[in-house]
Design a protein around this ligand. Sequence first.
Ligand code: MG
Length: 160
Amino acid sequence: MEELKALAIKKLEERGVTINDIALIVKDIQSIYRNISIDECIDTVLYVISKRETIYTILTGISLDEAAEKGLLDEKVNNLIKNDKGLFGLDEILALSIVNMNGSIALTNFGYLDKIKPGIIGKIDNEGKKKIRCHTFLDDIVSAIAASAASRIAHNVEEN
Ligand code: MG
């Protein structure tokens, strides 16, 4: 699993997303409630990414984005993914496999991030819209990881 986790992180970076980018979003959400260090956010993001479900979702979602970018899929499916139509919806569904493991706050955060698109989420969303790259699955995956990490931190605070 360690090997797959390293691969998932490498693929995220190849697609323009670093652990630090995701941690900054987590810090932003949580700073409403309390002061939190970027290191704690990075550790929690890495914890979320160490889970099997997260790793599989990252690798599968990015594979689909890359395949659509290269035009490797069935033409109709390829267009659906490449054009990131609002009603396609499977990108959100795939990302929910990450959110679902991390408590109800993760789901609320996920909806919030999908609307606001802060930081790196907005950046990749723009790249996708301008057809620079296909990030149909990636934006939801990054939102799901950030939403889940923020949720874990919030739940930890309540337990302490
Ligand atoms: Mg999407």
